[in-house]
Design a protein. Structure first.
Length: 581
């Protein structure tokens, strides 16, 4: 049967015959199923294996996309399959029809599991195939673990407030929304107040960075971004969406009557003795307004460079560049990769009473004592470029420019670095070395860039495996080969003792297998050889080769170090450093 599954996947052109043969050998060595072998060797995804197994067995494949992996509410399914049993066995009840219970599970050939389900529910069972990851997500939303039922409880009828405009905001004297107060009881049951507060409380409890609320033609979507991944949660009724957005607009001091133009605002929350700032963005779509709230929990931000994720050599190179009296330092990476936190930790490390440090940011997310921070306001003419020109009259030693977006800002940074200032900034590029051609394209002369550039760095965030449920395993030969080729770790660890980890799932991590994120970096100190290459033609491959001679490694190599240390999984690291292949 194993070979039949492999042959079917070859026929579907998802894998090759050579990969099937290697997976069969791996299956014998590890004593696992062929599907698991293909997944662990990274030859196929969990979705592909499940779909192929469904075709082979003639069982329906269930997913969120085809709307089958969506448990019916109101049938008492949570009583038929208890939450503990569902989580431990990755089984999700779907619907009940004529004394037959439809369930989603990963392997419908597991007769013992099917018998156990029959014993638990007391009914005949109709199996559907689904991936373990999607089943666990469905269990999260259906059983609503921990505080996950806050939103549903808030959506219960409580009064007849329909206009969505609350008749009183309960805030602290300094203007912060106080979630510790029983706002619902004091405001005569305003539905919008109750529901927004429930969403905010649940988001905070689940370590959410962003809340997405949007309306489509006939449905509403509420998603929480946790450790960089969006997860669906119970959505409010369609009729309440406009009032919920109006409520947030009032808190953010936005125009509740304006629904044609995007609006941005902020407000702050006081909850469990923590102050959380909320950045609000409202954008009109064809179905109505979409609301995104970004949460910044100041209590969880630790500006300690030793805890950022730098390898020892990388941290030393970064601090070496920061001790220079003048020059340019650029940190690159996509939005949300933690660049601001890293630069804040660097400034927090080097700040002394003898240094005048000034920052120009959009917006100022992390307030730091002993550092002059300015927020740009393009509407009134305070841009990065104009603000930087004003900074030079403030006698600064170190300047942080939030982002270089255009030629004017790039030239201003260069001039500041040439006139005796240390300038740190960020760029949106896929790798650190790509910052060089990007700056040249902005109009910076190569000879000026070569002489002023001190250091280039890039970073990504990888999810950290939950320490309470991560599962050890011996890496297959394919992963060992990748480690040897890409990690630049010399000498390699003893292969017989090498242990990798994969995500499990427990209540502490909301069954995600990950809890928190940590940065991985590539750091290139601008050597004399690299300066000559920048001056000559700024070829990235030549720059990478020159950096490699000094033993510097890239993002992928840094990621492998986190895998070997048991911080993250191979799958997570490969997904984050995909551009480094």
């Amino acid at each position: 049967m194993a070979r039949k599954l492999g042959e079917l996947m070859v026929q579907l052109r998802w894998i090759t015959e050579d990969q099937v043969n290697k997976a069969l050998k791996f299956q014998v060595q590890q004593k696992c199923r062929i599907g698991e072998a293909l997944i662990r060797l990274h030859y196929a995804t969990e979705e592909q294996v499940s779909q192929a197994l469904a075709r082979q067995l003639g069982v329906t494949y269930a997913s969120k996309e085809n709307q089958i992996l969506n448990p019916e509410k109101g049938q008492g399914l949570e009583k038929l399959i208890p939450e503990k049993f569902a989580r431990e066995n990755a089984v999700a009840p779907l619907f009940m029809d004529d004394n037959v219970l439809a369930v989603a599970l990963t392997d419908p050939t597991d007769i013992m599991m099917l018998d156990n389900i029959k014993l638990v529910c007391g009914m005949e069972v109709q199996p559907f195939i689904a991936t373990k990851a999607q089943i666990l997500k469905v269990i999260d939303s259906f059983y609503q673990q921990g505080q996950a039922d806050l939103i549903d409880r808030a959506m219960e009828k409580d009064g007849d407030s329909k206009d969505g405009v609350p008749d009183g905001d309960f805030v602290t004297p300094d203007g912060k929304l106080d979630l510790d107060k029983d706002i619902v009881g004091q405001s005569k049951g305003a539905q919008s107040i109750k529901l927004i507060n429930a969403i905010l409380k649940q988001a905070i409890s689940e370590r959410t960075s962003d809340i997405h609320l949007e309306k489509f033609d006939e449905k509403v979507s509420l998603r929480l971004r946790i450790d960089g991944v969006l997860y669906e949660r119970s959505a409010p009724p369609v009729g309440l969406v406009e009032s919920l957005i109006s409520r947030v607009k009032i808190l953010s001091r936005l125009d509740i009557s304006e629904r044609r133009l995007p609006q941005d605002g902020t407000f702050a929350i006081k909850y469990q003795n923590r102050i959380i700032e909320v950045r609000v963005s409202v954008c009109p779509t064809v179905f109505g307004e979409k609301l995104v709230m970004r949460l910044l929990d100041k209590g969880t931000v630790e500006l300690n460079i030793e805890k950022m994720g730098f390898e020892l050599r990388q941290r030393e190179d970064f601090l070496k560049a920061c001790k220079s009296p003048n020059g340019l330092i650029f940190l690159t990476g996509p939005t949300g990769s933690g660049k601001t936190t890293t630069l804040g930790a660097v400034l927090n490390t080097i700040k002394t009473p003898e240094l005048n440090i000034m920052t120009l940011e959009d917006p100022v997310e992390i307030k730091m004592e002993g550092i002059s921070q300015v927020q740009v306001h393009p509407q009134i003419g305070l841009t990065f470029a104009s603000g930087l020109r004003s900074f030079l009259r403030q006698d600064p030693d170190v300047i942080l420019v939030g982002e270089v977006r255009d030629q004017e800002t790039a030239e201003s940074c260069l001039k500041a670095a040439m006139t005796g200032h240390l300038v740190l900034s960020t760029l949106h590029t896929n790798s650190a070395l790509e910052a060089v051609p990007r700056l040249i394209d902005m109009g910076i002369e190569r000879y000026l860039l070569a002489s002023t550039l001190l250091l280039l760095a890039a970073q990504r965030l990888v999810r950290v495996l939950c320490p309470d449920c991560k599962q050890p395993y011996r890496p297959p030969q394919e992963e060992i080969d990748m480690l040897a080729a890409e990690s630049f770790i010399t000498p390699l660890p003893d292969i017989s003792k090498l242990t990798f980890y994969k995500p499990g799932g427990c209540p502490k991590c909301f069954n995600m297998g990950y809890r928190g994120r940590k940065a991985i970096y590539e750091v290139y100190f601008n050597t004399e050889e690299m300066k000559k290459i920048i001056y000559k033609d700024a070829d990235i491959s030549k720059l990478a080769a020159a950096a490699g001679k000094g033993g510097v490694w890239n993002l992928r190599a840094s990621g492998w170090r986190k895998v070997v240390a048991g911080v993250t999984s191979v799958e997570e690291m490969l997904s984050v450093t995909v551009t480094e292949r």
